[in-house]
Design a protein around this ligand. Structure first.
Ligand code: 4AD
Ligand code: MG
Length: 505
């Protein structure tokens, strides 16, 4: 609500003041002597109840039916104490202006208007909602709202998710800034595949200026005589991709500026239609110089506790909403995260735990990911979401996933210094590791994985010149939003989700 920071309760200190509210009508109730208009401007969950008598300027707009659910309005009034039980203050309206001049309004003018442009008969359309507005007051499914991504921020749930997401981003910068980290913009277009999983979106260029000359953009990709892509003619002169992780770039800066972090969009062409995978997601990747895995885990824990504490303190109204409507008990669960220590579990112990509960994981799993990979638990396998769920929800702790080339080899020669942080409901929230800072080990790993050493020449040089022990982790920001709000599908944790087959809006 404009000018009342901290929600309408603050208005109690401002009784008698004049206030302007600009927002969207949530509900409209017309009674014989007064009209109640609930307006929300997105700044908080509560609506401002505006009470309008027939003597207020602009009352004709109520009478004519121009103003209805979803309409945008400018309302001026005086803050007064409310007799209703839902709110402490309300606005006694002295002037209302309807701002939207869309087609519905125009239609209403035509159907009900007199020569002045509005209807003076009280009985017509008064107090009704606009029947064509896609989001009516009744509860609608989140699945349906995904098809209305342009209007869903006007609902309670998405308003609250947006504000908590914003608070988490703010707390993220605050945490790292307060701890001496320097924020780094890692590139979105890159030639290297950090995770080596081949899940990159390729960026090719159209031949300059040839766009208009062709019907199909595909025809404009430079090709050789054999019909293959001619990379030498391409914009970057070689294949380029959307980044899957800013880690390698962060390592570069960590070995010059000490602790750094990235916070930006990353992309994965994973064909996983699950409730925790997106094709475009935001990642936070701190990289700690002169640090080992223990330091990395300590940082990850402190970070999570800090941001959780921040939203519990600063997003009370929205968190109460999630606690009531989305996930009962989420506030208690998050308070535990903020206060209690985390369970640490080695990979070997995690596998042992799963083997003891083996029956559950012998291909009878209903989890799509598990079935696809057909992964029976054996030592050395990458743990799947079904296993993570068992560990976090039925057992407790954590277990790292498969070894990437950059992870530091442990002295046992068969494990690496890596960690995942798993949380209930979401599973893997972060993945991190101590990086291999020893040149010969790194070269050996690249060979083992048949990765092209030449394309990592600059990364190898970081080991040749002034190498230091360093470690970091990556946290999927939308998974954090899921965890913090209880929203069960990751597509509802980002404004405009990108997933297989969906890139609208
Ligand atoms: O475990 P990942 O693949 O690790 C890395 O990318 C490392 N380079 C990070 C580092 O050490 N700097 O991804 C890190 C996190 C995961 O734990 C998960 O939270 C999130 O990114 N993530 C995804 N989130 C949404 N959709 C996807 N498709 C995701 N893939 C990974
Ligand atoms: Mg991972």
């Amino acid at each position: 609500i404009v000018d009342i920071k901290g929600g309408p309760d603050e208005g109690l200190n401002r009784l008698g003041e004049t206030l302007v509210v600009r927002g969207w009508v949530r509900t409209l109730r017309v009674q014989s002597s007064v009209t109640f208009i609930e307006v929300n401007d997105g700044s908080c969950l509560s609506n401002m109840q505006c009470v309008m008598g027939s003597d207020a300027e602009g009352y004709d707009q109520v009478e004519s039916g121009v103003i209805s659910t979803g309409a945008s309005v400018w309302i001026r009034g005086i803050i007064v104490g409310s007799q209703g039980s839902k709110q402490k203050v309300e606005l006694k309206v002295d002037k209302l202006v309807t701002l939207n001049l869309g087609t519905t309004v125009a239609k209403l003018f035509v159907r009900f208007g007199n020569e002045k442009g509005y209807c003076i008969k009280k009985s017509i359309h008064v107090g009704k909602s606009d029947p064509s507005f896609p989001i009516q007051k009744k509860r609608v499914s989140r699945e349906f709202l995904r098809t209305k991504a342009h209007l869903r921020p006007r609902t309670n749930t998405f308003g609250a998710v947006s504000r908590v997401r914003n608070a988490l981003a703010y707390a993220t910068h605050k945490f790292f800034q307060e701890n001496g980290f320097i924020w780094l913009s890692s590139p979105i277009i890159t030639a290297s595949d950090c995770e080596g999983a081949g899940e990159q979106f390729c960026v090719t260029t159209l031949v300059p200026n040839s766009r208009e000359a062709t019907d199909s953009p595909v025809n404009a990709i430079p090709k050789t005589k054999d019909g293959l892509i001619d990379w030498s003619q391409d914009f970057f002169g070689k294949p380029a991709f959307l980044t899957v992780s800013g880690q390698l770039n962060a390592e570069t800066y960590a070995t010059a500026l000490s602790d750094v972090y990235t916070f930006g969009p990353t992309f994965r062409a994973e064909n996983s239609n699950t409730s925790r995978h997106l094709a475009e997601f935001w990642m936070i990747e701190p990289e700690l110089a002169f640090a080992d895995l223990e330091d990395d885990m300590a940082c990850a824990t402190a970070y999570l506790q800090y941001v959780v504490q921040h939203i519990l303190e600063n997003c009370k109204e929205d968190m109460d909403f999630f606690n009531t409507w989305v996930e009962k008990g989420i506030i208690n669960r998050l308070s535990d995260v903020a206060e209690k220590s985390f369970v640490q579990l080695t990979y070997t112990d995690a596998v042992e735990l799963l083997l003891k509960a083996k029956k559950k994981f012998d291909f009878v799993s209903v989890d799509v990911v598990t079935v696809q990979h057909g992964c029976k638990v054996t030592w050395g396998c990458d743990l799947q979401s079904e296993h993570e769920r068992y560990i976090t929800e039925e057992a407790f702790g954590g277990c790292p996933d498969i070894k990437a080339f950059y992870m530091r080899q442990n002295d046992d020669g068969r494990t690496v210094a890596a960690m995942d942080m798993l949380v209930p409901r979401v599973g893997e929230l972060m993945g991190g590791s101590q990086r291999e800072e020893r040149l010969e080990y790194l070269e050996q790993r690249l060979d083992e994985l048949k990765l092209n050493k030449e394309s990592y020449w600059w990364y190898l040089e970081l080991r040749r010149y002034g190498s230091v022990p360093h470690a970091g982790f990556g946290l999927g920001f939308e998974r954090l939003v899921q965890f913090a709000t209880g929203i069960d599908n990751i597509r509802d944790a980002i404004p405009f989700p990108r997933a297989p087959g969906s890139a609208e809006f």
